[in-house]
Design a protein around this ligand. Structure first.
Ligand code: PRT
Length: 102
C-alpha cells in the first residue's frame, strides 16, 4: 500500500474532474464517461453504479482486502465526480462542504 505520501492528490482529483467535464462537453465516441452522460437510463446509470460499487467496497472491507478496497474506493470517487458534474456541481462545492466541517 501507499506510504502515505500525498503529493499531487489534490491535482489528481482536479485533473480527473477536468477530464470528466471535457467528456461531458465533447461526448467523444468510446468514452465510458461520455456513455454515462448519454445513458438511456439517465442519471440512474451512475446512481446504480455508485450503489454497486458501494456494495463491493463493503465486501472488500469485510474481507480485509485492502487492494480491492482501494480499487472500489477509486471507482466510487470517479462515479461520485461524474454525479457532481451531472448535477452542475464542481469540486469546489465538495471542498466547501468539507471545509465547513473542520
Ligand atoms: N477513473 C475512471 C474510472 N473508474 C472506473 N471506471 C469505469 O467504471 C466501470 C466500472 O464498472 P464495473 O464495476 O462494471 O467495472 P468492472 O471492471 O467490470 O468491475 P469492478 O471490478 O471494477 O468493480 C468500468 O467500465 C471502468 O472502466 C472509470 N472510467 C474512467 N475513469 C477515468 O476517466 C478518464 C476518462 O475515461 P473515458 O471517459 O473512458 O475516456 C480515464 O482516463 C480515467 O481517468
Amino acid at each position: 500500500m501507499s506510504d502515505g505520501a500525498n503529493t499531487g492528490d489534490e491535482e489528481i482529483l482536479d485533473e480527473l474532474f477536468a477530464v470528466i467535464e471535457s467528456r461531458k462537453e465533447e461526448l467523444p465516441a468510446g468514452s465510458y464517461t461520455a456513455s454515462l452522460f448519454t445513458h438511456e437510463k439517465g442519471e440512474n446509470a451512475v446512481l446504480e453504479k455508485l450503489g454497486e460499487e458501494t456494495t463491493e467496497l463493503v465486501l472488500a472491507a469485510k474481507d480485509d482486502d485492502t487492494e480491492e478496497l482501494a480499487h472500489e474506493a477509486a471507482d466510487i470517487v470517479y462515479h461520485l465526480l461524474v454525479l457532481l458534474s451531472m448535477k452542475g456541481m464542481t469540486l469546489a462545492d465538495l471542498r466547501a462542504e468539507l471545509d465547513e466541517r473542520r
